[in-house]
Design a protein around this ligand. Structure first.
Ligand code: AFP
Length: 297
């Protein structure tokens, strides 16, 4: 079964299916950019003041131009744009995109990905619980798409011509095996440092791919917890609500897990501005709940 057949089998509403298919069709072009975009600093910065890799800028431009022209949405937030882009005459959907998550990995030839949250209507600032669908493209040794439209988590693999269903109804493994210790250890809050000290005494393994897409994909295979925590110098952490926390929390929740900002579900956050950041603790529910309890203590 291919992506189109799976979307039809699950009776996914046409407007949502059209957006998911848009990104599937664009995957070869995005992957092709790794070869044509020399990994140099583009000399510009995004709204977070981070130097943009040329690949970031190129991926953002490529997606935006084609998505606006497609008229499949009416509002677009991307990590690289200062404002939400409105599409006159576009279909009543809003999307939030990280065009090339982990773009720093182009220097070391490691995995990167594209993350997309899909909302009905025109409000890209809606709480994550209102998402109609969420997906990521993972550009690893092979290209895959992981997507949910509220009926569980599906993984598709690109065979050079189409995305074929590789797994459906994916669930986080019961026994967590991996933890991602994000941020700077010396900046961790005391409660989180205590949690991590506990984790380090278990048989769980530390992994950090420098790419949230790759790390979350690892959780779906092995179970565990992804963290980019609040820090003493950055109480909101580093990662973005709209294009990282929301889509990944929706996917993990659909796989039986949970995502928290340290106090409550990430999906309950009502963003007040498009470049809002949040601490992220994401993965097997009992682990994430444990972080919440340590942070409260
Ligand atoms: P880039 O897209 O700038 O490479 O950042 C990747 C990312 O947004 C996320 O994918 C990682 O989990 C996180 O940042 C890594 O951040 P650090 O480089 O600060 O560890």
């Amino acid at each position: 079964m291919n992506l189109t057949q799976k979307l039809a089998a699950d009776k996914v509403e046409k407007g949502v299916a059209d957006i998911i298919t848009f990104f599937a069709d664009l995957a070869p072009t995005l992957r092709g950019g790794f070869l044509t975009q020399v990994p140099e600093i583009a000399g510009t910065s995004n709204v977070y003041g981070e130097e943009q890799m040329k690949l970031d800028v190129w991926a953002d431009k490529t997606i935006l131009e084609k998505l606006v022209a497609s008229k499949r949405v009416c509002a677009i937030f991307t990590e690289e744009q200062p404002e939400i882009v409105k599409v006159a005459g576009g279909a009543k959907y809003a999307v939030c995109i990280d065009p090339m998550d982990g773009s720093s990995n182009i220097k070391t030839n490691l995995a990167m990905g594209t993350i997309v949250a899909i909302f009905g209507g025109s409000d890209a600032l809606a709480p994550g619980k209102e998402q109609k669908a969420a997906l990521y493209l993972l550009f690893g040794p092979v290209t895959t798409m992981v997507a949910t439209w509220g009926k569980g988590v599906n993984e598709f693999i690109f065979d050079g011509k189409q995305f074929l269903l590789r797994a459906e109804g994916i669930r986080l493994p019961e026994k967590p095996a991996v933890y991602v210790p994000g941020g700077r250890k010396e900046k961790w809050l005391p409660g989180f440092a205590r949690f991590m000290a506990e984790i380090e005494k278990t048989d769980m393994k530390s992994r950090n791919n420098g790419c949230m897409v790759s790390d979350v994909n690892t959780l779906l295979k092995y179970g565990g917890i992804f963290t980019y925590p609040a820090q003493t110098d950055k109480p909101d952490g580093k990662l973005r609500v709209l294009c990282e926390a929301n889509p990944m929390a929706f996917i993990i929740a659909q796989a039986g897990g949970y995502g928290s900002d340290g106090r409550k579900s990430l999906l309950e956050i009502k963003p007040t501005h498009s470049d809002q950041r949040t601490p992220i603790y994401l993965g097997n529910t009992e682990l994430v709940k444990k972080v919440e309890s340590y942070l409260k203590a």
